[in-house]
Design a protein around this ligand. Structure first.
Ligand SMILES: Cc1cc2nc3c(=O)[nH]c(=O)nc-3n(C[C@H](O)[C@H](O)[C@H](O)COP(=O)(O)O)c2cc1C
Length: 336
């Protein structure tokens, strides 16, 4: 490389040509490998004018439309994972939901796993509980414990996960006495902060989505089918044949759920499109299709890099962002 101009010298050019000849054989595609969701428009793009993708979510300014979806706390490994995730979210102004904060209802022994506000600056940060715990605390007249917990960790609000299939599959799962809709209505009468409602890998159908739109909640996170699935996970924990397996595969993909939201027309909810988002192109496509104010959320995709180190996680995020920005410059969604 010529250090003053950045231009490769003749040796480097020759080396590259040899590599091209060697690799061409391994670089054959066929037409069935085409990702046909997009029109590719190379004439309107320059690498150096890629720009940014700032947005806002529930009144917070974000540098990029990405959300770290709820993952569990309550273990030593979770503490490292949560520290890395919250540092990323704070540094790059993203958003984050915690995993279930149930341990905090009983004691502050695991407060360190969840006490992340100092890493997050003013990024949106939400506590998390299952609807079964919300129902139980309402029944016991102890709903104030939830409000105190949200305040203690300086969260902007609470995510309530609705997971009837997971509870059904879980050998020691909680059984709901009331429908989640009734529990949510009762809870919302007592909450003075933003509430988001989500599934955990099955998604939700159009009637449930419509019912959520009619509640005084701030947002909906899909937790759609196609990625991590807690019915499957809980079934793997039970070692007996139980005739339950076929129910693992029911639910709705994120793409289908975007259609449900679009069909519902005007509403005031903000949306986290999550569940099975595995690539920057999925994220780019769904954000473009969704007609509501929305972010893309991922859980599992962040888990492995966050378990390794902050640097690995940061590289994962930066390359994901770079690919989404490149997609935005070069691709258009084909009409349906
Ligand atoms: C290790 C792990 C733990 C999770 N724990 C929670 C939780 O405590 N509360 C919750 O609402 N969702 C939880 N989820 C579900 C995710 O928030 C998300 O809805 C689901 O994993 C689908 O997204 P994905 O396909 O990107 O993983 C967890 C997911 C993972 C992978």
């Amino acid at each position: 490389m010529n250090s003053s101009t950045g231009t490769p010298n003749s040796h480097q050019l020759a080396d590259r040509k040899i590599q091209h000849l060697e690799l061409a054989q391994k670089s054959q595609t066929d037409k069935f490998g085409l990702d046909s969701r997009f029109n590719y428009e190379p004439l309107f793009y320059a690498h150096e004018s890629q720009g940014d993708w700032k947005t806002s979510f529930l009144g917070h300014e974000l540098d990029f439309p990405l959300w770290v979806s709820s993952m569990t706390g309550g273990t030593v490994l979770a503490q490292t994972i949560n520290q890395n995730l919250s540092r990323l979210v704070g540094k790059y102004r993203l958003g984050m939901g915690l995993g279930s904060c149930r341990p905090l209802l009983e004691s502050d022994d695991r407060l360190k796993d969840f006490d992340l506000r100092r890493n997050l600056s003013d990024s949106p940060f939400f506590a998390n509980l299952g609807v079964a715990q919300v129902e139980e605390l309402l029944d016991q007249g102890k709903v104030h414990l939830i409000h105190e917990m949200v305040k203690r960790i300086e969260a902007d609000g609470l995510i309530i996960h609705i997971n009837p299939l997971q509870e059904w599959f879980q050998p020691e799962g909680d059984k709901f006495k009331k429908s989640p809709l009734v529990t949510l209505k009762n809870f919302l009468e007592t909450a003075k902060y933003s509430v988001i409602v989500k599934e955990v890998g099955q998604g939700m159908g159009p009637k449930s989505m419509k019912a959520l739109m009619d509640l005084p909640i701030a947002g909906i996170e899909f937790g759609a089918f196609g990625g991590t699935n807690f019915s499957l996970l809980e079934n793997l924990r039970s070692d007996q044949a139980n005739n339950k397996e076929s129910l693992i595969h029911v639910g709705h993909t994120a793409r289908e759920m975007v259609s449900f939201v679009n069909a519902l027309g005007n509403h005031n909810k903000e949306i986290i499109i999550s569940g099975g988002i595995k690539s920057p192109l999925d994220a780019f496509e769904l954000l473009n299709l969704c007609q509501s104010r929305s972010l893309v959320g991922m859980a599992y995709a962040f888990l492995k890099p966050a378990s390794e180190s902050f640097e690995v996680l940061e590289n994962f995020y930066l390359s994901f962002r770079d690919a989404m920005l490149t997609a935005r410059g070069l691709l258009e969604i084909k009409g349906e």
